[in-house]
Design a protein around this ligand. Structure first.
Ligand code: ADP
Ligand code: TYD
Length: 204
């Protein structure tokens, strides 16, 4: 049985997932918890191939794209997530299989079938699903972060991705209204996470 906790951060691009994951990691470490911060796509060999697709998504078929995300996840589960959970760590993961359901679902696969293909991956204890209208996410990416939009971040695609995220109903999902200030969202994240910490060991 796993002793650790797996908390994943999900939502369209620009919702503030990475910002909130860092703030939660700082807060948990301050309380003496052992935290692993990780993300998908990973920095491994499949993750690097995926990053190559950001500027040319049509370089592979949708089937090959889905297989790459699954291969990256399998490696991540084997090398990071399962060992971390067995060691009793709190793992914070920026994107996980609900992103595959939503993003690869948006190109035509069935979200339920994608989730079924992820049965090798441990279920998250909590999936924080950050919700904002795609327009605001795009504004945060372009104006706030100063980035240009990659092939996964075009508005029409993000509308479809957001609609799939909206439709997901799973017991471990908690939706977070990500339209407020960074501080106010951090409070919502803490409220969602605190009940899970009661049974976790930490150094005083
Ligand atoms: P994501 O990981 O979901 O793509 P980021 O955390 O990278 O999102 O945030 C995208 C941009 O928006 C960054 O420039 C970040 O500083 C900014 N940002 C994050 N949260 C908020 C917020 N609540 N309000 C306004 N801007 C935000
Ligand atoms: P992102 O979190 O934006 O990472 P980066 O900091 O490298 O830009 O994720 C990269 C993109 O990959 C994002 O647009 C969503 C997409 N993605 C999928 O399409 N399927 C998946 O399974 C995952 C994990 C991500």
């Amino acid at each position: 049985m796993n002793k650790g906790l797996l908390i994943v951060f999900e939502g369209i691009d620009g919702t503030g997932k990475s910002t909130q994951m860092s703030l939660l990691a700082i807060a948990l470490k301050k309380e003496g918890f052992e935290v692993i911060e990780t993300r998908e796509p990973t920095g491994g060999k499949f993750g690097q191939q995926i990053r190559g697709l950001y500027t040319n998504r049509h370089g592979v078929t949708p089937e090959q794209e889905l297989e790459l995300f699954l291969a990256d996840r399998q490696e991540h589960v084997d090398q990071v997530l399962t060992p971390g959970l067995q060691a009793g760590k709190i793992i914070l993961c920026d994107r996980y299989f609900l992103s595959t359901a939503a993003y690869q679902g948006a190109v035509g696969f069935s979200p339920a079938e994608i989730i079924a293909k992820n049965s090798f991956a441990p279920l998250p204890d909590l999936a924080l699903l950050f919700c904002i209208p795609p327009k605001i996410g795009i504004e945060r990416i372009t104006a706030g972060r100063g980035d240009t939009l990659n092939d996964f971040e075009q508005e029409a695609t993000l509308q479809k991705v957001a609609a799939i995220f909206d439709g997901l109903r799973l017991p471990y999902i908690q939706r977070i209204d990500a339209s407020g200030s960074i501080d106010s969202i951090h409070q919502l994240v803490l409220e969602a996470v605190t009940p899970l910490l009661r049974h976790m060991n930490h150094n005083e």
